[in-house]
Design a protein around this ligand. Structure first.
Ligand code: GTP
Ligand code: MG
Length: 194
């Protein structure tokens, strides 16, 4: 994928603050620290377009980016991290649900799960909700570089089972090696150009 331009548009909490809904949009969601911001940087070949951090809870607002003047990506704040201040946690659900429920140009979502973790209660809550909305979801298992090939496939199978999916339906990704990037783009283009 050739990225001619990738730029930050704005941060938002409420719909009045979103950019216009004139371009197809994809949102990136997942637990805090799962690697959403790192994945966006990696698939855009940009080192520092999106801020990443070792400390979970880095992204606290909806952050909009415009890609090739054709599409928008939305980096969503992560859920499920207890050390994020309570008021931020409380704000998360309405902020994200409102976005997912009302955004008319939202074409699909990339949902990230950490390869080393079992699917959590919060993950399943989001999954049920996404399925009820019939939103196209690309499921990505991140930090694949942290496990051996053998352990990876075991974990992928276990995660897939919790979601009622097949392991081959999930994309294994590493923001370090870039593994999985082409597969993510293939799926994204199908969504964005449909
Ligand atoms: P929040 O904004 O807090 O929700 O987190 P996030 O999901 O945006 O995670 P972020 O991209 O900031 O990454 C969190 C940490 O995980 C950082 O220290 C990253 O360097 C690291 N990380 C992300 N992806 C990978 C990966 O594929 N492999 C490895 N080894 N580390 C990763
Ligand atoms: Mg982030």
């Amino acid at each position: 994928m050739i990225i001619r331009s990738a730029k930050f548009v704005c941060s938002a909490v409420t719909p009045e603050q979103y950019p216009p809904d004139d371009l197809p949009e994809v949102a990136f969601a997942g637990r805090s620290n799962v690697g959403k911001s790192s994945l966006i940087n990696k698939i855009l070949n940009r080192k520092k377009l999106v801020r990443t951090s070792k400390t979970p809870g880095r992204t606290q607002l909806l952050n909009f980016f415009e890609i090739n003047e054709l599409w928008r990506f939305v980096d969503l704040p992560g859920y499920g991290y207890a050390k994020v201040p309570v008021e931020v946690q409380k704000r998360w659900r309405p902020m994200v649900e409102n976005y997912l429920a009302t955004r008319v140009n939202l074409r699909g979502m990339v949902w990230l799960l950490d390869i080393r973790r079992e699917v959590s209660k919060e993950d399943l809550t989001l999954w049920d909700w996404l399925r009820s909305k019939q939103l196209t979801v690309v499921i990505v298992i991140t930090k694949a570089d942290k496990l051996s090939k053998n352990k990876r496939n075991k974990q992928a199978a276990s995660i897939a089972k919790s979601l009622g999916m097949k392991a081959r339906e999930l994309i294994q990704f590493s923001a370090i090696s870039g593994e999985g990037r082409d597969e993510i783009w293939q799926r994204l283009l199908r969504i964005l150009e449909s």
